[in-house]
Write a new protein. Structure first.
Length: 298
């Protein structure tokens, strides 16, 4: 009888917040040996009962396995936790939310200590971890060979998307996607506010809003193509001039409904400014150029 079982890669996980606990549980469920560490030891009790090995110190946790995953509060926490550990020949995967600049600095910091490094951005909430049907995934950037080596293990908690050798690109994609999400939430908040004083059930309006946002979402492909080609008049459906002409209606409706226009006016201001600087026949894509600063801020 042939043994067809595959040895599962051991994982060390630093940080047992809600997300870290979900990650650990997904690896344990899939049969991976998992060593965990957390500043507050009591958070490891449930995982210990499920088979995790609990390290007394971060240094002990790091020494246990070659693959080290950090899911901590911030970049400062990562440095504090790893400073007194031995990282030589370790593979560090940092899933802590950071800026692109911090990710690049942390990659250099890890390499100077003899480690290989991947940075990650988690595009999921804890409930989506370990649930492939949820659509959650993690963005990774840094060493391509390192990603390929650990792809099967990294794919256990959530899907994987590799976005390049630059260690900062996972964080950049993460923040860009979340920024778009908050823009959508802002628009939805304004929409619900307009209805708030009316005899309209928000639960009957919500499906209309969700369907409309879904219908508009593919417009990002047109925007991307216009940015790539530099032709902002390509495939235009509603011209900049037409949309600027409609902004007074939105502002008047907000005023009539007793709703602050503060979520809309910044974008409308940019639209009006773009119209004074470019042809009204283009799309809204030119607003993106107005957001770019000539010099990066500190």
């Amino acid at each position: 009888m042939t043994d067809t079982t595959t040895e599962k890669t051991p994982v060390t996980l630093l940080g047992l917040g809600t997300m870290g606990t979900a990650l650990a549980r997904a690896w344990l469920t899939a049969g991976h040996p998992v060593t965990v560490w957390n500043r507050t030891p009591s958070r490891a009790a449930a995982l210990a009962a499920e088979g995790a090995r609990v390290a007394r110190t971060a240094a002990e946790a790091v020494s246990a396995n070659p693959l080290i995953v950090a899911c901590l509060l911030d970049d400062t926490s990562v440095e504090e936790v790893l400073t007194d550990t031995t990282l030589t020949d370790k593979d560090v995967v940092n899933l802590t939310t950071t800026t692109p600049a911090q990710a690049r600095t942390r990659a250099k910091w890890a390499h100077e200590r003899g480690a290989r490094y991947l940075d990650g951005g988690i595009m999921a909430v804890p409930a989506m971890i370990g649930a492939p049907e949820s659509g959650g995934y993690v963005l990774y950037s840094g060493s391509g060979p390192l990603f390929e080596q650990h792809r099967p293990t990294l794919a256990v908690p959530a899907g994987t998307r590799y976005v390049g050798e630059d260690p900062g690109h996972a964080a950049l994609h993460d923040v860009a996607l979340l920024s778009a999400m908050y823009g959508m939430f802002a628009g939805a908040a304004h929409a619900f506010a307009l209805l708030r004083k009316e005899d309209i059930d928000p639960t009957t309006f919500a499906p209309l809003l969700a369907d409309w946002l879904s219908a508009m979402a593919p417009a990002v492909h047109r925007t991307a193509d216009q940015l790539r080609t530099g032709d902002y008049t390509k495939g235009v459906v509603s011209t900049l001039a037409m949309q600027v002409a409609g902004t007074p209606t939105f502002l008047a409706t907000a005023r009539d409904q007793g709703v602050s226009p503060e979520l809309l006016t910044p974008y409308f201001t940019l639209m009006h400014r773009r119209l004074t600087e470019a042809t009204g026949e283009e799309d809204l894509t030119g607003v993106i150029d107005l957001l770019l600063r000539s010099e990066p801020t500190a």
